[in-house]
Design a protein around this ligand. Structure first.
Ligand code: ADP
Length: 405
């Protein structure tokens, strides 16, 4: 079976054709700078990169060009379905589901919760339904994996009416990645199907979040109503005193929305270092004596370790801490610093294994009973698997959302 995976952002559209059975990626690519002069489509097949300029192309033209590429590569005819990444599923979408008009309306109803991501996600779905008439479409939600969190984890201590009337609660994001690496880690550790398995997964990319996973189900996570809550990230602050927003707005005489924009785009590693949001650059600068770069890394690692400790408390016991995402998979220095702070949980880092990202030990980079692990994420494959399950009839939406499948 072959599945087309689409991830439409505000100015980009990522795509891949994946065999969900083998995990093989037959082609993958990215249409970027959409709506601008420099819009282009780049794609890779069998290790060979190709590029087509599509000046000024919008999402519609970009997706039409992707269809042409799939035709040229002989990959369109064999497609069994299309899987779409959708960032916010709100309280309603607790699992992936086939897309019909009602599901489209449900995704639209979540626009206020995911104002930056859900509109381009839905646009991608609508264009794909038109361009690939007859092919089933599946929506895979970033929030869905976290829908098993108990009330004590997802409720904010705020006026009840905000929750009841305006859906103000913690949702969590990166769920597809947390689910993928958790399943992979449980399988590698021989813990699949064990009701008492306990993992903390740390997805550390440009956005960063961690999750507590008990018996394969999420019981807590660090992101909240929006992806701004929780860990220090590339340009996002993560947790701050909410009163800071009014204070800074008053001091700088700017609206609160502008402060929140700065917390999203000018904070985190970038705000602390004053130079970069890129961990690779910061590690180099810190090694070269840049004090602010070193401080940014220290705050990032300290906050992460403290958070992992909190999530371990939620679990009550711990089998493994799993690192993933660009930083989690590649940064020997970050993993080393974080694990050094996690001795209290019984984690003993093995520096030699850490240096080679655990590749010769199934991802394990520690020596004690509580494991630290590196597991590369693959959100596209997870989306392809969910899509295959729903179009092939081995999974069902019924009872989990109100679409008709
Ligand atoms: P996104 O969240 O956009 O998918 P990624 O998961 O690709 O991002 O992660 C991007 C982050 O990973 C950047 O901070 C980048 O510096 C970091 N990263 C990638 N490779 C390395 C490396 N070898 N060492 C340290 N950090 C790395």
């Amino acid at each position: 079976m072959r599945i087309l995976v689409l991830n439409c952002g505000s100015s980009s559209a990522k795509f891949a054709v994946i065999d969900p059975g083998t995990g093989a990626e037959l082609v993958s690519g990215l249409a970027e700078r959409l709506g601008q002069d420099g819009a282009r489509l780049v794609w890779k097949r069998d290790g060979v990169k190709k590029e087509r300029t599509i000046p000024g192309a919008d999402h519609d033209r970009a997706l039409r060009t992707i269809v042409q590429v799939l035709d040229d590569e002989g990959l369109r005819a064999g497609l069994a379905g299309i899987g779409h990444r959708v960032v916010h599923g709100g309280p309603r979408f607790t699992a992936s589901c086939l897309v019909d008009a009602e599901v489209e309306a449900g995704i639209e109803a979540c626009f206020p919760l995911g104002p930056l991501h859900n509109p381009p996600n839905l646009l991608g779905i609508r264009i794909a339904r038109e361009l690939f008439a007859g092919l089933p479409n599946v929506a895979v939600f970033d929030t869905a994996f976290h829908s098993t969190m108990p009330e004590r984890a997802y409720l904010y201590a705020v006026p009840w009416a905000w929750y009841e009337q305006h859906q103000v609660r913690r949702y969590g994001f990166h769920g597809t990645s947390h689910r993928f690496v958790a399943e992979e880690a449980l399988s590698r550790l021989g813990l699949q199907g064990r009701a008492d398995s306990a993992l903390v997964t740390a997805h550390l990319g440009n956005g960063c979040s961690a999750a507590a996973i008990h018996g394969g189900r999420c019981i807590d996570t660090t992101m909240g109503l929006t992806p701004l809550e929780g860990l220090v990230m590339g340009t996002r602050s993560g947790d701050v005193d909410p009163a800071l927003i009014g204070y800074v707005a008053g001091r700088l005489d700017i609206p609160a929305t502008q402060v929140i924009d700065a917390l999203n785009k000018q904070s985190g590693l970038l705000g602390l270092s004053g130079s970069s949001n890129d961990m690779r650059t910061l590690v180099e600068k810190a090694d070269g004596g840049d004090r602010r770069a070193a401080l940014a890394i220290e705050v990032f690692c300290y906050r992460l370790a403290k958070t992992i400790g909190g999530l371990a408390t939620a679990l009550g016991r711990l089998d493994a801490v799993v690192f993933t995402g660009g930083i989690g998979e590649n940064s020997v220095a970050v993993r080393s610093r974080v694990c050094a702070l996690l001795g209290i949980l019984g984690i003993q880092l093995d520096p030699a294994r850490n240096a080679e990202h655990g590749r010769s030990a199934g991802g394990v980079i520690s020596s004690g009973a509580v494991r630290a692990m590196v597991v590369p994420t693959n959100e596209e494959l997870m989306i392809a698997r969910d899509t295959a399950g729903l179009v092939g009839g081995t999974a069902a939406c019924a009872g989990r959302c109100s679409c008709t499948a």
